[in-house]
Design a protein around this ligand. Structure first.
Ligand SMILES: Nc1ncnc2c1ncn2[C@@H]1O[C@H](COP(=O)(O)OP(=O)(O)OP(=O)(O)O)[C@@H](O)[C@H]1O
Length: 453
């Protein structure tokens, strides 16, 4: 009885809200944007509007969110009503919260577990497991099931957009759902800012106390500690006290510990104490599985030939794969067309074109020097220290791989070196990359930076 009364109320509120909207927008807008949606329920003072897919919801929220709020509030006879959106063709539809659509990075607050803002979308359930990420996934699952018992620290490394943040969030979400452990999940940038502020306001003791009383510390993109001595020092002490107290530490990085030249040795070696698990670019089967899963979740119909096209064009980065799906879905939704192969080619032309960007030898030298924290002059010099030889050889190798420059020409750009030196470097790196997955990840990361500019 209560239910029926509830449904009737919702239905009548919606009818009135629609009448209100009709009076405010042109017919075409009304037909396109308001007839496909309905009011699902009203809870507290939030009205849930059911939409056909995520993009529709995003668009509606951006353009007509305030009008919807006004309409529902008026239909309910006043009082503020907020609106949120759910996708109605999904079984477990979740509200679309604009703050979590983009990656939500967590902030460690004074009460770490309550203060964190995890991205609820990043769970183990929606992480597609394939050959390249199986190991990292299993390691993360083990840690999530048994924090501080399985592997400590857990160090996840992998190239850009391969799922590090997703996995870290998945661990935190899993643990937060099942336990009362106090979790601090933050990016290295946030940790650095906290250290800087604590120094500035003389609150170092507070910071230390805060971090030393948590049960699980998760820091994303730890490579950004490079060159930040004071933050490294603070992190070192935090690490030690948590580790000694048998608390879980999880770190992610885009490179292997030994490839972090500007990080103190005592920290680097600690990163290797537990388990290091890498994320490799997905193979074609995994790319297809990811596309299928994401398109299903987002309510986007992707024909088979488009799935094939996307999975063979977007090879090295899952974020890019996802981005292309988002763009296609938005385009199709806004133009009211179904997705076809031609549309995909058209809409994603610039994304695909990016890959063919012409790069110069200088671009490569610049990116490599920033990555390894060495000067361009040192890359061109004849100094033979190990910290220089490796980046120099990598830069030479990438010059050969990403440009049409000849060996002598590359030699000239590296301080007038002989072409045999360049050939040697290319062979060394080419050979090593076949067996060294950390080198592979480094090369992928560098290429990504070079090609995207
Ligand atoms: N195996 C997977 N299954 C489903 N989605 C994935 C998978 N791997 C990555 N993704 C998705 O790809 C996007 C990029 O992943 P994520 O942000 O975790 O990458 P990252 O490695 O942290 O990148 P960055 O180096 O830029 O910080 C996210 O939206 C994530 O959900």
């Amino acid at each position: 009885m209560g239910d029926i009364a509830g449904i009737m109320t919702v239905a009548s509120v919606w009818q009135e809200a629609l009448a209100y909207i009709q009076g405010k927008v042109p017919k075409q807008v009304y037909d396109t944007w308001f007839t496909p949606v309905h009011l699902e329920r009203i809870e507290d003072s939030t009205a849930q509007i059911a939409v056909p897919n995520k993009f529709f919801g995003d668009w509606l929220s951006q353009h007509y969110g305030p009008l919807l709020e006004e309409a529902v509030s008026t239909a309910r006879g006043g009082g503020e009503t907020a609106v949120s959106f759910v996708v109605f063709n999904r079984l477990a539809a979740k509200p679309i919260d604009p703050t979590v659509i983009e990656q939500a990075r967590a902030v460690a607050g004074s009460k770490p577990k309550r203060g964190i803002q995890l991205n609820p979308k990043y769970t183990f359930k929606n992480f597609v497991v394939g050959a390249g990420n199986q190991f990292a996934h299993a390691a993360c699952m083990a840690v999530a099931e048994q924090p501080a018992k399985a592997y400590n620290p857990l160090f996840i490394y992998g190239g850009v957009g391969l799922g590090k943040t997703h996995l870290l969030n998945a661990i935190a979400n899993h643990v937060a759902e099942r336990t009362d452990l106090r979790i601090a999940y933050l990016t290295t940038e946030q940790f650095t800012n906290e250290v800087i502020n604590s120094i500035r306001y003389d609150k170092m003791m507070d910071l230390r106390k805060r971090y030393r009383h948590i049960d699980m510390l998760m820091i994303d993109d730890i490579q950004f500690l490079a060159g930040k001595e004071r933050t490294q020092e603070e992190f070192f002490h935090t690490f030690n006290s948590l580790y000694e107290a048998h608390k879980q530490i999880v770190l992610s990085s885009d490179r292997f510990p030994k490839d972090m030249p500007d990080i103190e040795e005592r920290l680097r070696s600690r990163f290797e104490w537990g388990l290091i698990a890498d994320l490799q670019p997905p193979d074609v089967e995994t790319r297809i599985a990811i596309l299928r899963k994401k398109s299903e979740d987002e309510g986007v119909r992707l024909p088979e030939d488009v799935i094939q096209f996307l999975s063979t064009t977007m090879k090295s980065n899952i974020r890019e794969l996802e981005g292309s799906l988002v763009r296609l879905g938005a385009y199709a939704s806004l133009t009211g067309q179904v997705i076809t192969l031609d549309m995909a080619r058209n809409v994603l032309r610039d994304l695909i074109g990016d890959k063919k960007k012409i790069v110069s030898l200088e671009d490569i030298q610049e990116v490599v020097s920033t990555w390894f924290h060495v000067r361009i002059a040192d890359l061109k010099s004849r100094r033979r220290s190990k910290t220089l030889v490796h980046p120099r050889q990598i830069a030479m190798y990438l010059c050969r791989e990403l440009t049409d420059a000849s060996y002598p020409e590359i030699g000239r750009h590296f301080g007038g070196k002989d072409h045999t030196t360049i050939i040697h470097a290319c062979r060394q790196i080419g050979k090593a990359r076949d067996t060294d997955s950390s080198l592979q990840a480094t090369l992928d990361g560098l290429k990504d930076k070079i090609l995207r500019g």
